[in-house]
Design a protein around this ligand. Sequence first.
Ligand SMILES: Nc1nc2c(ncn2[C@@H]2O[C@H](COP(=O)(O)OP(=O)(O)OP(=O)(O)O)[C@@H](O)[C@H]2O)c(=O)[nH]1
Ligand SMILES: [Mg+2]
Ligand SMILES: [Zn+2]
Length: 303
Amino acid sequence: MPEGLIVKALSGYYYVLPQPAEAQAGAAAETIQCRARGLFKKQHISPLVGDRVSYELTDNGEGTVVAIEPRATELIRPPIANVDTAVLVFSVVEPNLSLQLLDKFLVHTEQARLDTIVVLTKTDLAGPEENEAAEAAAGLYRAIGYPVVTTSARKGEGVGRVKELLAGRIAVFSGQSGVGKSSLLNAIMPGLALSTNAISHRLGRGKHTTRHVELIAQPGGGWIADTPGFSQLDFQQLEAGDLGGCFKEMRELAPGCRFRGCQHEREPGCKVIGAASAGQVARTRYEHYLQFLTEIKDRKRRY
Ligand SMILES: Nc1nc2c(ncn2[C@@H]2O[C@H](COP(=O)(O)OP(=O)(O)OP(=O)(O)O)[C@@H](O)[C@H]2O)c(=O)[nH]1
Ligand SMILES: [Mg+2]
Ligand SMILES: [Zn+2]
């Protein structure tokens, strides 16, 4: 049975790139437009972009996805399988940088066990104060261990660095609408010409220009997925006790806490509380941790 890689999902169709072509980076290869087999729905399985699948050809030149290989990784928002790297794209302005939202995205990529890179965009649009705040944020996240690149797709700044970091990787771009995900990808791969759109100044956010998830082959090997922007993220799949493990710097401190399963809230002998009051864990990070913890516990209470 033929095998392939789902490179795009749109309106109930999965676009599967056949295996041998995929091995040649897939640049010019034709995809097969497939439906998912009916059984998947009954089993509550939906194929994802990034899935390695087996498919059958049907009479009309289309195909049916009949089997999905076990996934190495899986992200729910944006929905994608088998990526190794998440690129969290946040604009310095238009829309303004929100560290709370960034920390929320980081919890999700940590939970999915992805390597994560933070890219700050639109430095050319930002004033000196906003750029200073962005540099401070970059320093904060670098200290935690995340690569951070400040960029301007308009001026071509930082674009080469992002490209270097992603070479050979299977990466997904993730971030709010209008932050410049598609613009950055276009800058990384000249000739790509993904659609981009000015943000709505009335609403202060993007217009949801990108409507589907699509993997794009990197010329030198590896893939990058462009995705639709979103800003609503919940902690549906996360238990309160697992939240600390999704904050990299707290995860490293937790073994030193007096109590096993310490939630770093008000327990005595807590290393995280100690580090937060000494300024070794950033104030914003610890605050966001407590906010998310409350959010998770409130959710539990509601059910
Ligand atoms: N000045 C400036 N504008 C940028 C930069 N990057 C993106 N933009 C602009 O920001 C707007 C939104 O960019 P997009 O690339 O469409 O944003 P997106 O993240 O793909 O948005 P969705 O597809 O809706 O999720 C466009 O008008 C871009 O031209 C930049 O570095 N500098
Ligand atoms: Mg886009
Ligand atoms: Zn603790």
